[in-house]
Design a protein. Structure first.
Ligand SMILES: Cc1ncc(COP(=O)(O)O)c(C=O)c1O
Ligand SMILES: N[C@@H](CCOP(=O)(O)O)C(=O)O
Length: 480
């Protein structure tokens, strides 16, 4: 499989060639030149597979420069009960991403796909653990070292650091928005003392952190000299690993490939739902993909009006679903590339307009009228909706959900269609946002044993301005 940039001005490359670099040289994001197709019969033949073997079927369509036996071994090493039973009872863990039906609502079944059973209690572990093993594999083959520069709003950071700690030849430099994550999220990252992990608390919001990552990646001389890679969903490896659980969720929810399901996805950087879009483009029978935003509702605005207006840092609100406090969703560019018929020049022009004029408006264009074919719907959830939904799901179904998943359930309920099961992606465990859970339910969230004393551990973090040059200087002084 060859990969092309969404900006149309980079050479096509193979999976292993793009894995360590992340952003394409022209500033775009990589996508496969075509989406491999999965037939209904093929889909049905995957019903009895383990998660690891299902992942093999999906990923082997994309990573054809990794020998079959190596890829299968990497996936079986990654998707184990030992890695993915955190915070859940072990009887469900063999499914890796179990599906829990909440109940019947609006003439259909409403369910939660559990994706937060991994080491850091958020869905990021589903792809990040694999990325860690893929990096190790690729670096061993090439004899290279890798310095990861990442941006987090709370969950990617810890998932990446737990996946990369102790990995030979890998350093992680993680930018996080100072004071904007939950105490639990900060403690998960900042308490790590491993010499290959560096936490930088940026005076800004997540978008500032992501802009710095992109600016450093776009300085090709610096990038090559310091061997900079990325673990954000900028990296295709992250997105493609997330495609797998849409297949898993679909197979768990249905009896045959003639059935359709819809997914609601709590959305911020648009990586998770972009993986759903790709699964749908591959032929997975998804009726709708519902993007659920919090008060930072750029994506909801776009899907409802055709106007994309990225907010400035100062306009980005600090909410009680803080991991979705994002106003410049990077993966949105991948969808736009498909929307404009894989026209790299047009995509580049549209995102140049985002930089110069703050956004674009396609409300009067044919592509907006035809956008229905991609199955997107969207909605917005507020702090009060979040509290109400956490309470209501707890009372009605005796299940405690986190604030982001609550945004998902709130919006999903607005889009229930009789006869089409609705699966909400559960993106984190409640303990990560325990302050809000306490407000909503008046009792604490359950905390897995491994994290009981996390907030009292000593923390190691450096403060830094939202300034590319300061970050480059930090990297240069910590690398040879
Ligand atoms: C808990 C949680 N939910 C939802 C999201 C949004 O996912 P995405 O950024 O892939 O849209 C994130 C961050 O990415 C998250 O950490
Ligand atoms: N919500 C994320 C933000 C980064 O998203 P990514 O999927 O691009 O890594 C976080 O929790 O850090």
């Amino acid at each position: 499989m060859r990969y092309q940039s969404t900006r149309g001005n980079s050479p096509q490359q193979s999976f292993l060639e793009i894995l360590l670099g992340g952003l394409a040289p022209d500033g775009g994001l990589y996508l496969p030149v075509e989406y491999p197709q999965v037939s209904p019969a093929q889909l049905d033949s995957w019903r009895s597979l383990t998660y690891a073997d299902l992942a093999y079927e999906v990923l082997s369509l994309y990573c054809d420069d990794i020998p079959e036996e190596d890829l299968r071994a990497l996936l079986r090493k990654t998707y184990t009960e030992q890695v993915y039973c955190n915070g859940r009872k072990a009887d469900n863990a063999k499914d890796i991403s179990p599906l829990h039906w909440l109940g019947e609502e609006g003439g259909t079944r409403l369910g939660l796909l559990s994706l937060s059973n991994g080491p850091t209690l958020a869905f990021k572990d589903m792809a990040m653990q694999l990325l860690g093993n893929l990096f190790e594999y690729a670096l061993k083959r090439s004899g290279q070292k890798l310095n990861i520069l990442g941006a987090t709003s709370g969950d990617t950071g810890s998932a990446a650091e737990y996946a990369m700690r102790g990995k030979e030849g890998v350093n992680v430099f993680m930018l996080s928005p100072r004071g904007k994550m939950s105490a639990f999220q900060s403690a998960q990252m900042y308490s790590l003392q491993d010499p290959n992990i560096f936490n930088l608390a940026v005076a800004g919001v997540f978008d500032d952190c992501q802009d710095i990552v992109k600016a450093v990646s776009n300085d090709h001389v610096f990038k090559v000299k310091y061997r900079i890679g990325t673990v954000n969903s900028i990296n295709w490896g992250r997105v493609v690993a997330q495609v797998v659980y849409y297949f898993q969720g679909y197979l768990l929810a249905t009896q045959s490939s003639s059935e359709k399901v819809s997914f609601t996805v709590p959305s911020g950087n648009f990586g998770n739902i972009c993986a759903g879009h790709i699964a749908r483009m591959m032929g997975l029978p998804i009726a709708h993909l519902v993007a659920a935003t919090n008060e930072n509702d750029v994506l909801n605005e776009f899907f409802s009006t055709g106007v994309y207006r990225a907010r400035k840092s100062a306009e980005t609100l600090h909410t009680s679903s803080p991991s979705m406090d994002i106003s410049k969703a990077s993966n949105f560019e991948r969808f736009v590339f498909d929307l404009v018929g894989k026209d790299g020049a047009q995509t580049a022009a549209m995102f140049k307009q985002v930089d110069t004029a703050g956004g674009f408006d396609i409300s009067q264009e044919l592509i907006f009228q035809e956008m229905g074919q991609y199955g997107f719907q969207s909605g917005r959830s507020t702090h009060q909706n979040r509290l109400d939904t956490i309470r209501n799901v707890d009372q009605q179904y005796n299940i405690m959900i986190d604030t982001h998943t609550a945004d998902g359930v709130k919006v999903a309920r607005d889009y229930l269609e009789p006869g089409i099961p609705m699966i909400v992606l559960e993106t984190a465990l409640p303990i990560k946002f325990e302050e809000t859970i306490e407000i909503a339910l008046g009792r604490p969230a359950e905390c897995p044993e491994a994290f009981k004393d996390i907030k009292s551990k000593p923390q190691r973090v450096e403060n830094i301005d939202a300034d590319v040059n300061q970050v480059k200087t930090f990297l240069a002084t910590h690398l040879d």
